[in-house]
Design a protein around this ligand. Sequence first.
Ligand SMILES: [Fe+2]
Length: 190
Amino acid sequence: MIYVKAVQAVLPQSAPASQSEIAVTPNSISSITHFAAQGEERGPENGPVSTATMERVLQEKIRLCDILEEIADSLPENIDRARCLQIASVLVPLVRSTHLYEEQVIFPAYESVLAEGAEPSVLTRLRAEHFEDECYADELTEALLAAARGGEVKNAEAFGYMLRAFFESVRRHVAFEREHVLPAIRAAYR
Ligand SMILES: [Fe+2]
């Protein structure tokens, strides 16, 4: 549960996105990374995976998407520069740590419950989407920082397109994991 607590520290659920404070520290990020790297969550070799933990992780990713959508909707006149700076500081580490968790804990469990000889292309695609989203998160961080530092937002249309492309991609990815990956794991360990 260390992972979930760390993510909640980044994106608290206790208040609406527009009111919440995003408090990220180097320690919280390192906790996420350390947890994922150590594979603290149970895996196929250690017993059933806690899909509830994964669902909480996915909820936080959706919450991140909701905040990015708020920023996109606020362009160009009503942009909250402080919010842009906050999200820029957590976007890449949050995305990378959640991907690390999924790839080290959830994907091996999913692979173990796929029918023997099944085409592993689904996992190949999901990993490729992780890589693409991480690259995009790097670019989006630069754009968020520019918006946070700048005066008038230059080319708000392009910035809005970047935001929407990212959160729509992440939402599609999360929807697939909710609809296919988690149910398969739950059914196997029921
Ligand atoms: Fe994923």
